[in-house]
Design a protein around this ligand. Structure first.
Ligand code: SF4
Ligand code: SF4
Length: 185
């Protein structure tokens, strides 16, 4: 029966030697990494200054004034200007705008009861802003919207749903006024 020590390269001496070489190699690698990281700790050299920032930190963090002029922040819809035309909803590539409208009792404008934007799906492409004729939907300069769940990422700008009684009352009023019901597409 042959012994392991009889085979070249598998003797106790070569195994020990390989083991020590591996340890030295690991130590050398760790020292190299340490020497690379060390200057960053003390900010030595132009390329090695601290680049990370505390967040949130009002002193070092970016504020709205630091943003580029054309940056696209969270969306806002001025519901007083919104005509409920749904152009933004149609062009949105991610279907994150939901709009529901009703007829108002006394004017050609529609009642925008629901206008929800789901920021968990929004890709901030800006298409809705570009297509909005009355410029009611705009990008703000706010980009902070941390939330505990997806439902909290839905922003609602609508006027609120009307009750069936209110709907009937408004319909009667329109009839009295002889107005044609005007609904947006
Ligand atoms: S910015 Fe783009 S993705 Fe976001 S709501 Fe507008 S159209 Fe949709
Ligand atoms: S495109 Fe503008 S006006 Fe039309 S529904 Fe959207 S936000 Fe309102």
């Amino acid at each position: 029966m042959s012994d392991l020590n009889d085979k070249p390269g598998t003797s106790i001496f070569s195994t020990t030697k390989n083991y020590l070489v591996d340890i030295l190699s690991g130590f050398h690698s760790a020292c190299g990494s340490f020497m690379t990281a060390l200057p960053y700790l003390f900010g030595k050299g132009d390329l090695r200054k601290e680049v990370t920032e505390q967040y949130p930190d009002p002193i070092s963090s970016k504020t709205a004034d630091d943003l580029p002029p054309r940056s696209r922040g969270l969306l806002f819809n001025d519901i007083d200007r919104c005509t409920g035309c749904k152009s933004c909803q149609k062009i949105c590539p991610t279907d994150c705008i939901q709009i529901e409208v009703d007829q108002r009792p006394d004017s050609a404008k529609v009642w925008v009861s629901v206008f929800d934007i789901d920021f968990s799906n929004c890709v901030f492409c800006g298409l809705c802003v570009e297509v909005c004729q009355p410029q009611s939907i705009t990008h703000t300069r706010n980009y902070e919207r941390a939330a505990y769940g997806p439902k909290e990422l839905v922003a609602s700008f609508g006027r609120g749903k009307i009750t069936p009684e209110q709907k009937a009352k408004w319909a009667a009023q329109r009839e009295r006024n002889g107005e044609e019901g005007i609904m947006s597409p």
